[in-house]
Ligand binder design. Structure first.
Ligand code: SF4
Ligand code: SF4
Length: 147
């Protein structure tokens, strides 16, 4: 990641694509409440979801503070292990990311989830149904309420 050898594609990758986001694997959404929470996530700027080999990930586009204006890592010799493990072989520079599913907006998430749960749009348009759903939830989801 952001390597500096003469032949490295990292020298041509500006800004360094792999330093511009974070990802985190999440539980595979199975219930309506799972998608309701993901809709809350993706309503925020720079948040996306993707699926790779049946695993779901949240992606937040936010540049690493150590990537400088030249696209180089300012802490290259002490960079985190995940950065060391990221190889230029098959990285996203030439071919982009190899996603099986990529959901980039609230609207796309709503469409995707509505195909699996046709009642979702109706529930979103009727808050009383959403609160009924919360009370029937299994407790593992965030109880955060909008201010
Ligand atoms: S995306 Fe690939 S080429 Fe670009 S900085 Fe990261 S490892 Fe280097
Ligand atoms: S620590 Fe360095 S290699 Fe890792 S994401 Fe930040 S700039 Fe990129």
């Amino acid at each position: 990641m952001a390597a500096e050898k003469e032949t490295s594609p990292c020298l041509r990758c500006k800004p360094a694509k792999c330093c511009m986001y974070i990802t985190l694997q999440v539980q595979t959404p199975k219930k309506l409440v799972d998608f309701e929470e993901m809709l809350w996530h993706i309503a925020h700027q720079h948040v996306e979801y993707f699926v790779q080999k049946r695993h779901w990930f949240i992606m937040v586009h936010n540049p690493c503070r150590f990537n400088d204006a030249e696209g180089r890592c300012q802490i290259y010799h002490t960079r985190p292990t995940i950065c060391r493990d990221h190889s230029t072989e098959n990285c996203e520079f030439e071919t982009g990311c190899d996603f099986d599913l990529h959901i980039t907006s609230y609207e796309e998430m709503l469409e995707y989830a509505s195909k699996r749960f046709p009642s979702l749009k109706e529930r979103i348009n009727d808050p009383s149904l959403l609160w009924e759903n919360r009370e029937q939830g299994n407790g593992k989801h965030s109880q955060r309420r909008k201010r």
